[in-house]
Design a protein around this ligand. Sequence first.
Ligand SMILES: Cc1cc2nc3c(=O)[nH]c(=O)nc-3n(C[C@H](O)[C@H](O)[C@H](O)COP(=O)(O)OP(=O)(O)OC[C@H]3O[C@@H](n4cnc5c(N)ncnc54)[C@H](O)[C@@H]3O)c2cc1C
Ligand SMILES: NC(=O)c1ccc[n+]([C@@H]2O[C@H](COP(=O)([O-])OP(=O)(O)OC[C@H]3O[C@@H](n4cnc5c(N)ncnc54)[C@H](OP(=O)(O)O)[C@@H]3O)[C@@H](O)[C@H]2O)c1
Length: 534
Amino acid sequence: MTQHVSPPLVLIPETAPFNEDQRAWLSGYFAALLGPAVAGATALAPGEAPATGPKLADNDDAPWHDPSVPIGERMEMAKDRPEPQKLMAAMAQQDCGQCGYNCADYANAIFLKNEARLNLCQPGGKETLRMLKKLDEEFGAAGGVPAAPKAEDDAPKAAADLGPLGYCRENPVEALFLSRRRLNDPGGEKETWHIEIGLDGTPIQYEVGDSLGLFPANAPALVDAVIAELGARPERVIGDRTLREHLLINYALGAAPDNLYQLLSLLTSGLARKKAQALASGEDPDGDAAYLDVLGALHKFPGARPDAEVFLEALDELQPRLYSISSSPKMDVGRVSLTVDAVRYNHRSRLRLGVASTHLGERLPEQTKVKVYLQKAHGFGLPADLSKDVIMCGPGTGIAPFRAFLRERAATQAPGRNWLFYGHQRQASDFFYKDELNQLKDDKVLTRLSLAWSRDGKEKTYVQDRMRENGAELWKWLEGGAHFYVCGDAKRMAKDVERAIIDVAAQFGGKSPEDAVAYLAALKKAGRYQADVY
Ligand SMILES: Cc1cc2nc3c(=O)[nH]c(=O)nc-3n(C[C@H](O)[C@H](O)[C@H](O)COP(=O)(O)OP(=O)(O)OC[C@H]3O[C@@H](n4cnc5c(N)ncnc54)[C@H](O)[C@@H]3O)c2cc1C
Ligand SMILES: NC(=O)c1ccc[n+]([C@@H]2O[C@H](COP(=O)([O-])OP(=O)(O)OC[C@H]3O[C@@H](n4cnc5c(N)ncnc54)[C@H](OP(=O)(O)O)[C@@H]3O)[C@@H](O)[C@H]2O)c1
């Protein structure tokens, strides 16, 4: 997500007695101070960059923040940049929103010492966390901005301090989990679910393009295995709940955190201690670090068994997950739907489960409550002008927001044309929402449907292949003012789709390679190329 839909909030009025630089700096300072609770607040108004004082990060498409570049290279590119931009370079995706901020706002909030949580960047994981810690220490030592005065540490925050109810991760609401329905037909490898959640009784109102944040619970079998490995009593009360309850809902059992290795190192000796220390500082002495979850770390150091309370202190909090909303409030009144791929994979004969996707896909009983919040989209939404054409590219679960878009376009009887590029592994098993899409075609809402099946033939066919095959028509739509959207896998697909647009502009628009790249950049700047990738 690269651009803001809503205009930036003006925090320092034009009439205030400050020069341009002072105004930009103060604007950024207050935006970061107010943080994510202020919808539309940006660190800097577009185009503004203070010439004096620390330059805050902004949301340009800077190469030092390109998530497809490894962190080492990003830090190298950012090495001569101001501190907030270095912090932003350490973050591993472009504005995915999982931390509750845009990357620039999160970087600025950390720099201004208004955000103490350095572990919120989920795509970056431990690599980003380590780098943020290192930078934060460096900036602190260099006499950075003093910490904002805090109320009493650990004192419970007043409801008003948490941010708007139902609209931020700090202040979620309980919603009713209505149902799950498997989207794959038999014969495929994927397990993808259509999830329905009731919003009645919650303050949540959404628009197509928004995402839903959801607080998951760990799998009981994994929790029980951790407790058994620890040799602890599941019913031991620690604070306000039992050890088992804590591990089910409060603590992450994914990648073992550095603090856990540190703790284990204190309880071992010799070579084991050295290895635990190495792991705690980001080294990989046995080449297995990528696969060590909390249970794996306990297995690796069988001699170290911390007290349960100390063990909990070494774990990270369980974080909410975001899902693109696949319904339209105009058609699906009082409810929201999601399209969720259940993450499961084997490592050394132990089945690993994605926490939230399998919570939704198999564990959460229907008609029970689940904690959710709305994550407003930043720069991902339908054009206000209903006559504009829309091109959507969403393979796999990337179809989610486009199902929402199409339902919205049907409900609003938008006269603009709609073209969907959808793809997945196999047509027979992975053609999600096939009947709905065919109905939308019959109803003349879906003007064109281009399909790409990657595992049906000898050669892989991807959505970008269909874009190139239909390049002449695609170019006509773009030149006619169409808005282009992409959703789904960030690591590989999103870049390839960008490349395809550049190729289409070159081949069918007759542009030089440089002009074709500039064409894509201009589309982005104009808000006519929008991405929701993860
Ligand atoms: C804005 C946004 C919108 C999103 N929309 C959707 C959506 O519509 N649908 C959807 O399904 N998801 C969506 N996601 C992704 C979603 O938020 C979760 O990240 C995803 O469901 C996995 O979460 P989990 O808790 O199930 O898995 P986790 O417990 O977080 O586990 C996932 C981790 O497991 C590891 N892993 C996974 N597979 C393998 C493997 N084969 N080998 C080794 N390691 C592996 C990786 O480290 C991965 O990060 C979206 C994300 C964002 C930011
Ligand atoms: N990190 C990874 O390696 C990895 C792998 C898969 C999924 N994921 C994540 O899993 C989640 C859900 O995935 P999903 O169910 O939405 O579907 P998906 O696994 O991303 O696959 C959807 C379709 O996209 C195809 N695809 C693969 N590489 C592509 C590329 N470079 N360009 C265009 N299409 C490409 C896939 O083909 P093939 O699979 O047949 O090549 C498949 O047909 C996402 O969060 C995704 O990021 C991560």
